[in-house]
Design a protein around this ligand. Structure first.
Ligand code: AN7
Length: 355
């Protein structure tokens, strides 16, 4: 018997039927999508939930949910003849764009806020060989520059203002409905530039239309308190938060995030850095899930609502958007390491452990 080649994986293969692909769209893949949905053992109760499920988007090839949308945006850019892509980024979009550009042999330009991108994400942009421009300003200013530059030059913009990004990211909602057999009652998600909450709401709407779900979840979005323009109702000129991924003061998809909130009967609220870091530590200590701070914002939000008695049972899914390895500096600052030295003998280790 000959050995069968592995079946093609990835968002463009798995979800072609719900994506705007043509015969000419290259079916590129880094094996993104089909991420695990893992049930919470310890934190559901703290949130007042009967069931809490974690969608492990950190398991995508570059360690964040961005790969789902980026694979579609890059494939469509190449289909349309692009030889270069550009994005502004707090770090994960640039890591993802750089990876797919490397894979496809095109150029990638990334505009990042100087000094505010987590170390692991910078390492990725460097490793994938992208051209990195550190902006003396924040993400919002970098995105404005990227929009202007891509209007002037033959370079495709792959931020989530590119509708193909939203198309790709909506596939996660389909996967959740498939895994649970229906949509959850609540979808909890961190909100930065607001592309992902927009994509999930679109995805759940399509699931209901296609008979893949009987209900629409309430969309619960969470922003960091120092970067919460949607909660405050006005742009934040100088956003600040330990969750650098969502350090965004003027989200591009603001209007559609508000629509997702209002049409679903959901909410968008703020969580403080302390609340984010508490959820960050609990996810690691109690669930074995090491996420980056931005991803912990949704759990921080559910815990806050639970404590306030504003969640009374039901089933929630929370999107864990990025891997904790991306931000080693925050991890080292937040966890108390329990390390002892010993020589390489059982006796010495026993002594070190006090056994
Ligand atoms: C881990 O990479 O905006 O609300 O430039 O990296 O769709 O922006 C990242 C955002 C949540 C927020 N969690 O998603 C970027 C960028 C993580 C993130 C968000 C981001 P959106």
């Amino acid at each position: 018997m000959t050995k069968a080649a592995a079946a093609p994986r990835g968002v463009l293969h798995r979800w072609a039927e719900i994506l705007p692909l043509s015969d000419k769209t290259p079916r590129i893949s880094l094996g993104e999508g089909e991420t695990p949905l893992v049930r919470s053992v310890h934190l559901a109760g703290l949130c007042g939930l009967d069931e809490l499920w974690f969608k492990l988007e950190m398991c995508n090839p570059t360690g964040s949910f961005k790969d789902r949308g980026m694979v579609v945006a890059v494939a469509k850019a190449i289909e349309e003849g692009a030889h270069a892509i550009m994005c502004a980024s707090t770090g994960n979009t640039s890591a993802s764009a750089a990876a797919y550009a490397a894979r496809c042999g095109i150029d990638c330009f990334v505009l990042v806020p100087g000094g505010k991108v987590a170390a692991g994400k910078m390492a990725q942009a460097i490793a994938f060989g992208s051209k990195i421009i550190e902006i003396d300003g924040n993400f919002d200013e970098a995105l404005n520059a990227a929009r202007e530059l891509t209007a002037r030059h033959p370079v495709a913009l792959v931020n989530s203002v590119n509708p193909f990004r939203i198309q790709g990211q909506k596939t996660a909602a389909f996967e959740i409905c498939e895994s649970l057999g229906d949509a959850p009652d609540i979808l909890a998600i961190p909100v930065g530039n607001a592309g992902n909450i927009t994509a999930y709401w679109k995805g759940f709407g399509e699931c209901a239309e296609l008979g893949r779900a009987t209900l629409h979840p309430r969309m619960y979005g969470f922003q960091a308190a120092g970067a919460a323009p949607i909660v405050r109702g006005e742009p934040v000129r100088e956003p600040h938060t330990v969750a650098t991924a969502i350090r965004i003061g003027n989200p591009a998809s603001w209007k559609s995030a508000v629509s997702a909130r209002d049409e679903s009967g959901g909410l968008i609220e703020a969580v403080t850095d302390d609340e984010i870091l508490e959820a960050y530590r609990l996810l690691a200590h109690k669930e074995g899930l090491f996420v980056e701070p931005a991803s912990a914002a949704s759990i921080a939000g559910l815990m806050k609502l639970g404590r306030e008695g504003r969640i009374r049972g039901g089933r929630a899914a929370a999107v864990l958007t990025g891997n904790g390895l991306k931000d080693p500096d925050t991890a080292i600052a937040q966890y108390r390491p329990d390390v002892t030295k010993a020589s390489a003998t059982a006796e010495s280790v026993e002594r070190a452990l006090g056994w």
